[in-house]
Ligand binder design. Structure first.
Ligand code: FAD
Length: 286
């Protein structure tokens, strides 16, 4: 079976109308970096494909204290934005330039592990997603979007439209560890966002990639460090707790055992990075 129809809606209402008319048989495609290889290899056999490229979902705008990212904005656009540094860093660490020029931020949320590096950063930043369908719109935390391995809260007649990221992010760190330095799938990805008050952690978000069925928060590790100063014993506690609570898997890149070990190592290093950044800031201020 070949693709019989390639639909290119010029607006969001048109895209939703097409989705409603054709139902789940219509394959939604953004950048196509995941979807196209599956079609070319005969794994996915859609009769109709709808591109989101021209549906008006490609802008990245700062609106007040929120960065609003269109679902079809490319990863290259995300590298270039200067509203949230953690997102530029995560996008730079995702795939290669050619894939980033095509691949979208929204598409990254659907990429199965060990992909989804940008999604890990978005999770640490407490991003929310806007979903739109024929019966209206809803906004939900990204943490509630994921429901399992390759499953999510999106209804069959809905599209992911926009991603909202608060720009008051506090202190952040991102580390992707792979078998090569660049353009490599993750053994583990860690993104951290911390707030500190009077030297103590008042809020912590530790997000992990390739350590579960989808990007996950290390909730027990977060709880273990809130209220403490960011000292070495506290960092070790967070690292050990995150390693204990993650749900890694085995694939061609790493074993489950190794990924769990690396979660501990890289949560520790990411927290140490936050401390180093603070020391650099203090040094520059002197
Ligand atoms: C060589 C290579 C290297 C890669 N390396 C990495 C990497 O290092 N890190 C990483 O995280 N990823 C990596 N990827 C995966 C991928 O490129 C990115 O995750 C990219 O962001 C996917 O976006 P896309 O727009 O191309 O998705 P598409 O292929 O267009 O979409 C995939 C599926 O997601 C769904 N979808 C996409 N957008 C929407 C929407 N707005 N609403 C509803 N459904 C939607 C659809 O079901 C669609 O079929 C790599 C891919 C390749 C081919």
């Amino acid at each position: 079976m070949t693709v019989l129809e390639y639909l290119v809606p010029r607006s969001l209402p048109e895209a939703i109308g097409l989705l409603e008319r054709h139902g789940p048989e219509l394959l939604v495609m953004a950048g196509g970096t995941v979807a196209m290889p599956l079609i070319n290899e005969g794994i996915s056999l859609p009769e109709r494909v709808m591109s989101l490229r021209s549906a008006g979902l490609t802008s990245i705008e700062q609106r007040g204290d929120v960065l609003s990212i269109g679902a079809a904005a490319t990863l290259t656009q995300l590298v270039a934005q200067d509203g949230v540094a953690l997102l530029s860093e995560a996008a730079r660490n995702t795939a290669s330039w050619s894939i980033r020029n095509m691949g979208t931020v929204g598409g990254n949320l659907f990429t199965p592990p060990p992909g989804g590096d940008v999604a890990v950063a978005l999770l640490a930043l407490d991003a929310r997603v806007r979903l739109s369908g024929p019966h209206g719109e809803r906004v939900l935390p990204l943490a509630d979007f994921y429901t399992g391995f390759m499953t999510n809260a999106l209804a069959a007649d809905e599209l992911l439209v926009e991603i909202y990221v608060p720009t008051a992010v506090g202190e952040t760190a991102f580390i992707k560890f792979g078998r090569k330095h660049a353009n490599t799938p993750a053994v583990v990805t860690v993104a951290i966002a911390l707030q500190r008050r009077d030297g103590r952690i008042s809020a912590a978000r530790i997000a992990l990639g390739a350590a579960g069925p989808h990007p996950i928060r290390a909730a027990r590790a977060e709880a273990a460090i809130v209220g403490s100063a960011l000292e070495s014993g506290v960092i070790e506690r967070a690292a050990d707790t995150a390693a204990g609570e993650c749900r890694p898997f085995r694939d061609a890149i790493a074993t489950e055992w190794y990924r769990r070990r690396m979660v501990g190592v890289f949560v520790r290093r990411a927290l140490e990075k936050v401390v180093e950044q603070e020391q650099d800031d203090v040094g520059e201020g002197e």
